[in-house]
Design a protein around this ligand. Structure first.
Ligand SMILES: [Ca+2]
Length: 632
């Protein structure tokens, strides 16, 4: 340091502790530093000339440097986090799509940083969002599945993001931020009673919530075929019909005297038939009422939701939140219902894209992004707001109706939604824009995670991440600002439920990104890129293949995971597999058992937990008044 340069100690300008390292000017100085507060007449002349040259060089320095602000000079920025639902990386213009028009998302990338290896911690909504909100792999909070129930199924279930988890919203709230969530939650509602709201956004650090506590499903639209447990429901109908037929045949036999059965037995049979029917129809018969609801804070505003106006209400609420909070630091998490099926799309966008309803829906979401960006600009908040855009996981390949593809596209990447290991399920768009702080038009190919947003926003807000638990996310700012060359993630673990399917190793010195698959789903039909027979690929059991040794790919040479390497084709094969194996052992040592939030008991519908805006079971209301006319 002591080469005649100026050294300013931390907080120097504010506390008069400016020191100058001047061994050449003042060789007698101990530690080669002088404190300006110490009077020294002999030095005044020399200091004056020094300051003159210093100020001159600083001015030139400022002119020559890129106009990026240093973090130490930035006060709490606003955060607008935009999260799409089921959007594939191949659906966005700036990630290579040249047929779906996404000019506003592309604009974000042009004005900010585009991450090309942005990885979701899970390939499905509930666990991926739990990881995003907590900065931790979802199995650390019990939000990853041990069975086939891999997401929250009912607003009336008891599972959800545990109250002892600390979301970034909670930290920002403590740092004085106004925190709002608008859109989808899908992290549970109640634990033990109808209105305890233990998993509700307001209990997880959000001051304001407007949106769906659940997720969009086809059952929410009266024109669509039911989606939830479609096959299971058909079976239940069949069983009900069989039981009823049996009971009726017995009754008829008794009346005609052909079957000697007692009336008491017949009454029991009829009672059983009714009980069986009620036991499942009370939940599955009213999915739209139980799950498709809108809430403002703790109040249910629509039950069931009026899907025709949902988009405009969500947009209106988002812009109103920005306007309401423009004078103080705020966090807005706009969690889109787009581009999840049933693809709610307004008239204005229907039939406008060249990719059917899915394309129309993505273009509408992009327009909404533009509206939010315009609101930020209009309020003069552009340079004080960090905007982030991502998708919760990859596009849903199996979502088709007849010949129509209703799910997203994952570009060159193999696999999709629900697949924990293959790249298409977890590699998503990731864009961050903060004019003046993040270099515009930058592309970063290093591995990053959606979990990184947690420590990034926490640090920028002046907060500290919890010290009593493992946080898997890493602060992105050094990487985004180009202060470091490499991501802090050496290993990323790719889970399918609680089953580890693959591991990624970013070998910093060689630049290689190895990926070892220990379990892969069996595609159907054979050779297809997805599980078209099931609708979702499973994580374990008959539907997967175990690999020993693992399937190894070098993503830097083979991003599509097309050609697995072997000991014959790759000299480093054994070394890489052995190193990844050790990383898994180290990672497993950091895991601790926690209550399973997606257990069968927590997943099933419980009438006493069902949010209801009337007197249960008479739950229907519409408190939006004439909002159906809302049009932005
Ligand atoms: Ca999703």
């Amino acid at each position: 340091m002591c080469r005649g340069d100026l050294v300013i100690t931390a907080g120097a300008w504010g506390c008069h502790k400016v020191k100058i390292c001047t061994p050449f000017l003042f060789p007698q100085a101990k530690n080669c530093c002088f404190d300006l507060s110490t009077p020294n007449a002999k030095m005044i002349w020399q200091l004056t000339s020094y300051w003159t040259s210093l100020v001159t060089s600083m001015i030139f320095g400022l002119l020559l440097q890129p106009p990026l602000a240093q973090l130490s000079t930035i006060t709490q920025p606003n955060f607008v986090l935009l999260m799409a639902d089921d959007l594939g990386i191949g659906d966005v213009g700036c990630y290579g799509n040249d047929t779906i028009r996404t000019p506003n998302i592309d604009r974000l990338a042009k004005e900010g940083v585009k991450l090309t290896q942005h990885i979701a911690a899970a390939p499905l909504c509930t666990p991926s969002r739990a990881a995003f909100l907590t900065g931790r792999y979802p199995l650390r909070s019990g939000m990853d599945a041990i069975n086939n129930y891999r997401v929250i199924f009912w607003n009336g279930g008891s599972g959800g993001l545990p109250p002892n988890e600390t979301t970034f919203a909670k930290i920002l709230q403590q740092q004085g931020y106004s925190t709002g969530l608008i859109g989808k939650w899908h992290q549970g509602v109640n634990c033990e009673s109808r209105n305890d709201h233990c998993h509700h956004p307001l209990n997880h650090g959000f001051d304001y919530f407007y949106g769906m506590p659940f997720t969009l499903i086809s059952d929410c639209q009266t024109t669509e075929a039911p989606e939830m447990d479609r096959v299971f429901r058909r079976k239940l109908w069949l069983y009900t019909q069989m039981i009823c037929l049996f009971t009726l045949t017995a009754a008829l036999g008794r009346i005609t005297g052909l079957i000697p059965v007692r009336w008491k037995t017949l009454t029991c049979l009829a009672g059983f038939s009714l009980l069986f029917f009620v036991s499942w129809f009370s939940s599955y018969g009213f999915v739209r009422y139980w799950n498709c609801i809108m809430m403002r804070n703790h109040e249910i505003t629509e039950q069931p939701m009026v899907t025709e106006r949902t988009t405009s209400l969500i947009l209106r609420e988002s812009i109103a939140f920005i306007e309401r909070n423009k004078h103080k630091p705020f966090l807005l998490f706009l969690s889109f219902l787009h581009s999840h099926t049933p693809l709610l799309t307004t008239e204005k966008f229907l039939g406008k894209s060249s990719h059917g309803l899915y394309g129309d829906n993505v273009e509408e979401m992009d327009w909404m992004v533009g509206q939010v960006l315009d609101a930020i600009d209009k309020e003069g908040l552009k340079s004080t707001t960090l905007v982030y855009f991502a998708s919760d996981h990859g596009g849903w390949l199996e979502r088709q109706e007849d010949t129509r593809q209703l799910g997203g596209w994952n570009g060159i990447y193999r696999g999709g939604k629900a697949m924990g290991g293959w790249e298409g399920g977890i590699r998503v768009p990731g864009i961050l824009r903060w004019p003046g702080v993040l270099p515009a038009g930058t592309v970063i190919n290093e591995p990053t995670s959606l979990m990184d947003i947690y420590p990034t926003v926490t640090h920028l807000a002046g907060g500290v991440v919890p010290q009593d638990r493992v946080i898997d996310g890493r602060d992105l700012m050094p990487l985004l600002q180009g202060r470091v060359e490499h991501s802090e993630h050496e290993f990323l673990f790719h889970y399918c439920g609680i089953h580890l399917h693959a591991v990624r190793w970013h070998q910093k010195d060689s630049g290689a990104t190895w990926k070892a698959h220990y379990v892969t789903p069996k595609f159907h039909p054979l050779g297809a890129g997805a599980c078209y027979d099931r609708g979702f690929c499973p994580c374990f059991g008959e539907g997967v293949t175990q690999h020993e040794p693992p399937l190894l790919f070098d993503l830097s040479r083979d991003p599509s995971e097309a050609k697995p390497l072997s000991a014959d084709t790759e000299p480093l094969f054994d070394t890489v597999v052995e190193r990844i194996g050790r990383a898994i052992e180290e990672h497993r040592r950091t895991l601790t058992p926690v209550p399973e939030q997606l257990s069968l008991y927590n997943i099933i519908w419980k009438p006493w937990l069902q949010p209801c805006c009337g007197t249960f079971p008479f739950c229907w209301c519409d408190k939006e008044g004439d909002s159906e006319l809302a049009d932005l």
